[in-house]
Design a protein. Structure first.
Length: 157
């Protein structure tokens, strides 16, 4: 492995951390900044009622902004006082000098503890000195029956 490959991998890890921190804190501009202008963010392996697909940085930012809109009092997602996504195993493969793909496991914690979990399938593209997400599939593998986010995605569509 070369120094350039190591630097690319670390930059990609930083992009993933920036996505996670900004998303959990609803920092819309910081969240959108980790995506290419033509990025795709979509769900995978979820019921049709939970499926989503957003194309372009602006559409992704608009989606995240809806998470902070007032919620109905009966919404279970209202009960979550925090959300923290934890990233674990991440396999990054450089496919070209300016492209990479990755598979990263994640679990989201809320007031109930482990709330839902899955993995990201990513395609990254280098833009200047940054590695940005060009395409992210958010795969849901598991959701707690007590999930505080069971209806949250539906509410943002």
């Amino acid at each position: 492995m070369t120094i350039d490959e190591l630097l690319a991998r670390e930059c990609i890890r930083q992009t993933m951390a920036n996505y996670t921190m900004a998303g959990d804190r609803l920092r819309i501009d910081d969240f959108a900044a980790v995506f290419t202008e033509d990025a795709i963010l979509e769900s995978d392996g979820v019921p049709a009622t939970d499926a989503f697909r957003y194309e372009g940085r602006t559409a992704v930012a608009n989606w995240l902004s809806r998470w902070s809109e007032p919620r109905e009092a009966t919404s279970s997602s209202q009960q979550a006082s925090f959300v923290r996504h934890h990233l674990s195993t991440s396999q990054i493969e450089l496919t070209a000098s300016n492209e990479a793909r990755a598979r990263t496991y994640w679990v989201a914690y809320t007031d109930i503890g482990p709330d839902h979990a899955g993995y990201y399938l990513d395609q990254f593209r280098k833009s200047g000195e940054q590695w940005l997400i060009a395409h992210r599939k958010v795969r849901l593998d598991w959701r707690s029956p007590q999930s505080l986010f069971a209806t949250a995605v539906k509410r943002t569509q």
